[in-house]
Design a protein. Structure first.
Length: 211
């Protein structure tokens, strides 16, 4: 269950840290410092360190399950809704980094299972959107689940620090190139020309600037 909104500001402050540092190795004093509150204040909102990591997972789970709201506006063209989902997928893997997921799996297995289950629900909820686009001949025929799993696999590789060094790419270019690859996979030829790629480029730039 999500805690009251008053704790959101503290969770937002710790999110950038846990994507780069194992939460299981952080001391409560260090967490309080990152949250910019006293240890006593921290314990007013959280009963323990596990309560904190559980709340972080609740935030990630809630965000992951918001994906289907991004595709419910019928007034928004299908290609633009696909772009929204790409940005959403990118945020999911950046903040739920490989290190974070590994830490959950090794030290908080029930929380890992919860987040993994939310990913499956997300994909299931989004499947009708892709199927509808195929019926309207806007999307090419394909397996929607495999198309979405691609994000989880490839985006996780791209955002790893050594990836861009290994392939001599900037992170921005790698993310844009993968978006382009997916765009050509998904959209039928007659709908490719109407896509405004500056929308996703601006979103990627804004996201990278916030890291």
């Amino acid at each position: 269950m999500r805690k009251p909104g008053s704790v959101d500001q503290y969770i937002e402050r710790i999110k950038p840290v846990v994507r780069k540092t194992r939460f299981s190795q952080l001391k409560i004093d260090e967490v309080a410092k990152v949250m910019d509150i006293s240890k006593a204040t921290l314990y007013k909102y959280f009963s323990s360190g596990e309560d904190i990591i559980s709340t972080i997972v609740d935030h990630y789970t809630d965000y992951m399950l918001q994906a289907d709201t991004l595709v419910q506006e019928d007034s928004v063209p299908y290609p633009e809704r696909f772009q929204r989902l790409y940005g959403h997928s990118l945020r999911c893997v950046i903040y739920g980094s490989n290190l974070f997921m590994q830490d959950l799996q090794e030290n908080y297995p029930p929380l890992y299972d919860k987040l993994a289950a939310a990913q499956q629900v997300r994909n299931k909820n989004l499947t009708p959107f892709y199927e509808s686009g195929m019926e309207k001949k806007i999307f090419n025929p394909m397996n929607p689940i495999l198309f979405m799993i691609q994000d989880e696999a490839v985006l996780r590789s791209i955002v790893e620090p050594l990836f861009c060094v290994q392939y001599d790419l900037t992170l921005k270019q790698a993310l844009l190139d993968f978006y382009t690859l997916k765009k050509f996979q998904l959209l039928t030829p007659e709908h490719l020309q109407a896509v405004d790629d500056s929308i996703i480029e601006n979103e990627i730039v804004q996201l990278l600037q916030s890291l």
